[in-house]
Structures are given as C-alpha cells and as structure tokens.
Design a protein around this ligand. Structure first.
Ligand SMILES: Nc1nc2c(ncn2[C@@H]2O[C@H](COP(=O)(O)OP(=O)(O)OP(=O)(O)O)[C@@H](O)[C@H]2O)c(=O)[nH]1
Ligand SMILES: [Mg+2]
Length: 372
C-alpha cells in the first residue's frame, strides 16, 4: 500500500562508518543488489560511493541507499583525501539533495574504539554537522561475535563515552543483528524524518575548497602529524645509511634504500593530497535545500521588544556578566535598558552560531535559494 505521504517523495539514506562494519552487507540485505560488494574479511571492499534503490513495501516509498567507503589507512592505493573527495563529489553532484537519514555503523565485537574507529567518527561528525544528528542512527553490528553480556557492556560504554556527544545532540543508537527485521525497524525510524543538509554540503556550496571544509581540516591535521613523523623517520634512516656506507653489508644497504623509497613515496603522496585539498572546486548542481528566504520587508522589521519587567531577571540569569554581578547589584539606567539586554542576548546567539550565520549570509548573497 502507498504511504499517504509517499507521492513523489524522494528518500535518501546514507551509510557511513569504518571499513568492515557491515555497511554494504546492510544495504545488500535490503536490496539484494549484487553490485554492492560485501567484503570477506577485514580488508576494505568498497572504494567508491554507490547508490542502490530499495522499495520499502511498508511505506510504498523508493529509497535511495548510498554506500560509502570507510576512511582506512590500510589501503596504499586510496587515501583519506581520495575518500573525502569521492564523498564530496557524490554529495555535490547529487544536486544538493538533502538526506533523510545517516546510518553510522560500528562493530560491537571490537574490544575498544581504536585509532581507525576514532578517526572515522571524528570525520563523520565534521561531515555531518550537529544539525543533522537527529537524523543519525548509530548502529552496532557483529553481535553474533560477542556474548550478550560483553556486547551490552560495550554498548553502554559507547553510549556513555564516544557516542555521548552525538546522542546528546539527537542521534539514536540501535542494534543490528544481521536480520531483515532489525534492518527494517532501523530504516522505519528514518523514512519519515524531515530531510536535512549535511554540513559538508553547505560548506561546498559556499565555495570551500575541500581543505577548508571541517572534515578536510581534520584530514590536513592528521596528515601534518604524519608528515612530521615521516620527516623524523627519514632523518633516522639517513643516519643509518651513512653508517651502513662504511660496512660491506650489501643486503642492509639494499634494505635501507627500499625503506627510503617507501618513505619518499609516502611524503610525495601527502604533498599530492594537500594539493588536492587546496584545489578550488567548481560549483556543481543546485544549492542545498534551505529554509524559505525572508522577504526584504520582513528583514526590515524591528526586533520585538521584551516586555517591561522581564529584563532584570533575564540579565541576572542569562547574561555572562551575571557571573560577577550578584543579585543585589544595582545597575545603571543604561545597563538596564531592555533593548540593550535583548540586543546583547542576540549578539551572544550570533557568536554561538557564527558559522551558520556566515554560511547563511553567503547563500543570501548568492541570492538563489532552493525551497521545498
Ligand atoms: N558476524 C558478522 N559479520 C558481519 C556483520 N556485518 C558484516 N559482517 C561481515 O563483515 C565483513 C565486511 O562487511 P561489509 O559489509 O563489506 O563491510 P563495509 O562496512 O561495507 O566495509 P568497506 O566496504 O570496506 O567500508 C563481511 O565479511 C561481512 O560478512 C555482522 O553483523 N555480523
Ligand atoms: Mg562496503
């Protein structure tokens, strides 16, 4: 049966998370799409962003499922920058289409949240942005590889630590037991979500080079630390080579030359990645969905005044200055001016949401809003 709201509605769900967490398998379970390749071991399988269509019999909706590769250092042929570029190309080429949900997968069988999982989560947060988190489901997989007791303890630990900031901002945590019923029930929590725009979509539309997006900045930071490490390794290697030059050990010298070539290659790759990240991106597709633009008349309207009498309490409880102004503090007439108090509160909000305001301003200057 067709869902009452199904008519012409496009639904898109994106799958993200470290390699080997079961993104492709989840999609495969729903779509039976053989083009979505599931890995056979911990080696990463998906190297491109791909989409497949799933028809949800319950809602009558056709849902686009987006498979993405995890950020993974173990691959020599594809770097984090390449993956970010692929994700960005997809999201931008997607015509700024907003997203109903993101399923972020995590293996419950991992005894601890290691470096790769932490990096993926950090990049995920930057790609997604806080606004999107109410449309995010943090899904744990591989439950058949842990005892219930162990799994539950890890689940609680995740909810109280690494996933806590995301949950506090609206993300929800679910278990997926590899079965169709659990996949359907997780999907049903997202199908009707109001579509939202990911932070990176807004950043790209505002004209940022990849390196200037929040996720790009994380990659640059990681790369800079790695380059420093490579530099130190190279210094050590050169010393070893100088010492080896005085020996007759041909094998050692050959080994050191190989090491140097490997390091030189890694250093060249990092430079190449930095160039890719700094490259300006041509605008593509239409702008991401934004709230309707306010009419010029509406923008000219004066700010509403707060009612007389309320401002004194507001000043005490809300304002930063309240911390060094006790309840008995006598304010001058000027400080108590309700308009000023109100203006200060607005200014505080502006600083809080500085990024959003800057982006909104850029969109306003572009003058082309895409409304739904
Ligand atoms: N035991 C168990 N194995 C799983 C589960 N989900 C996935 N797997 C296995 O984990 C391996 C990797 O699964 P994929 O679906 O390819 O993982 P992915 O997240 O798409 O990984 P990349 O494409 O590399 O980013 C495969 O061998 C799956 O059979 C699960 O819930 N339980
Ligand atoms: Mg995959």
């Amino acid at each position: 049966m067709q869902h009452p709201s199904a008519g012409g509605r496009e639904v898109m769900i994106v799958f993200m998370g470290p390699t080997g967490t079961g993104k492709s398998m989840f999609i495969n379970l729903l779509t039976k799409d053989d083009n979505i390749r599931v890995g056979h071991d911990l080696e990463s399988q998906t190297i491109d962003v791909s989409t497949s269509l799933w028809h949800d019999d319950t809602s009558g909706l056709s849902v686009t499922l987006v498979d993405t590769p995890g950020f993974d250092d173990s691959r020599s042929d594809i770097t984090d920058t390449d993956i970010l570029q692929k994700i960005a190309n997809f999201l931008q080429g997607n015509g700024g289409r907003s997203i109903n949900g993101i399923i972020y997968l995590h293996r419950i069988s991992d005894p601890r949240v290691g470096g790769a999982a932490k990096k993926n989560l950090r990049l995920f947060r930057e790609l997604c942005g806080d606004e999107m988190l109410s449309n995010v489901r943090l899904v744990t997989t591989n439950w058949n590889n842990v005892s219930e007791k162990e799994g539950s303890a890890r689940q609680a630990e995740l909810a109280n630590r690494v996933f806590k900031p995301l949950i506090d901002a609206g993300a929800q945590m679910y278990r997926h037991d590899k079965g169709l019923a659990s996949a359907h029930s997780i999907m049903s929590t997202l199908i009707d979500q109001t579509p939202k725009t990911m932070k990176i979509q807004l950043e790209l539309y505002a004209g940022s080079a990849l390196g200037n997006t929040s996720a790009g900045a994380v990659i640059i930071e990681e790369m800079t630390a790695l380059q420093r490490k490579h530099g130190e390794e190279m210094e050590d290697l050169m010393k070893e080579m100088q010492e080896a030059a005085f020996t007759n050990d041909e094998d050692l010298r050959a080994e050191l030359v190989k090491d140097r070539q490997r390091l030189e290659q890694l250093m060249a790759n990092a430079e190449e990645d930095k160039r890719k990240l700094a490259k300006p991106r041509a605008p593509q597709g239409s702008p991401p969905m934004l709230p309707p633009r306010k009419s010029p008349n509406e923008l000219q309207k004066p700010l509403p005044k707060i009612p007389q009498g309320e401002h004194v309490q507001t000043w005490h409880s809300d304002h930063a200055l309240a911390s060094h102004a006790g309840p008995g503090t006598i304010y001058s007439q000027e400080e108590m001016d309700p308009d000023k108090v109100y203006a200060q509160r607005i200014a505080d909000k502006v600083y809080e949401t500085k990024d959003k305001i800057v982006n909104a301003y850029k969109f306003y200057m572009h003058g082309s809003y895409h409304t739904s």
